[in-house]
Design a protein around this ligand. Structure first.
Ligand code: GTP
Ligand code: MG
Length: 198
């Protein structure tokens, strides 16, 4: 299938589960802690500068953002977690919205895979591990992307690579940089494969 990535738009920034769109196309969800580089990764995949907003102030918005990619795939940008300074109310909003996406959402059958982002420099946080446990237990197909790999030196890159294979259930692990484009093609390939899109 040919996907025209130039034909991508923010369909809706949903602050309430009832705003989740019902468009019957496969969904790929992006999950990770706040500031991990999720918006930058989405922009890099779509070769756009600022379709997804890259924030100077992390964790500000608690919304699920749905991007319609050429009417063929929906990118679902889940709200980032682990933002320490977030207010109690915002944390509650985060859990309510994220839970609603995974469990109370009639469109969840459309979810083909979760792209779980981990900051390559920080490593997996407790929150990351908890999210991964959730994906494993719910048997949701997922792959792991290490972001900001342009910040690693050769030794650190090799160390990270040699740890690959230790996350149960992960379809694959990919080194990525929105800055250099590292891993971009590999990620597209893996995501389309998990969506059964040739
Ligand atoms: N060096 C480097 N910096 C990056 C990369 N990707 C993102 N950043 C920086 O990391 C910061 C956060 O990036 P975002 O893409 O906004 O991260 P996010 O996960 O969407 O953050 P929130 O939506 O606020 O939770 C920004 O300052 C980006 O410029 C990368 O590949 N390399
Ligand atoms: Mg973002």
């Amino acid at each position: 299938m040919n996907i025209n990535i130039n034909n991508a738009e923010l369909l809706i920034s949903a602050g309430q589960p009832r705003q989740f769109p019902a468009l019957p196309i496969p969904q790929i969800a992006f999950s990770g802690r706040s500031n991990v580089g999720k918006s930058s990764l989405i922009n890099a995949l779509l070769r756009r500068k600022s379709l997804a907003r890259v924030s100077g102030t992390p964790g500000k918005t608690v919304t699920v953002n749905f991007y319609n990619i050429d009417g063929k795939i929906m990118f679902v940008d889940l709200p980032g977690y682990g933002f320490a300074k977030r207010s109690f109310d915002d944390k509650k909003r985060w859990s309510r919205l994220t839970d609603a996406y995974f469990t109370g959402n009639s469109g969840i059958d459309l979810l083909r895979c979760v792209i779980q982002l981990i900051d390559s420099k920080v490593g997996a946080t407790e929150d990351d591990k908890q999210m991964i446990r959730y994906l494993q237990e719910a048997e949701i197909p997922f792959l792991v992307v290490y972001t900001k790999c342009d910040k690693l030196n050769a030794t650190q890159t090799n160390e990270l690579k040699s740890s690959f294979g230790s996350i149960d259930g992960a379809d694959c692990e990919i080194l990525f940089s929105a800055k250099t484009g590292m891993g971009r093609d590999e990620l597209w390939k893996a995501a389309l494969r998990l969506c059964d899109i040739p």
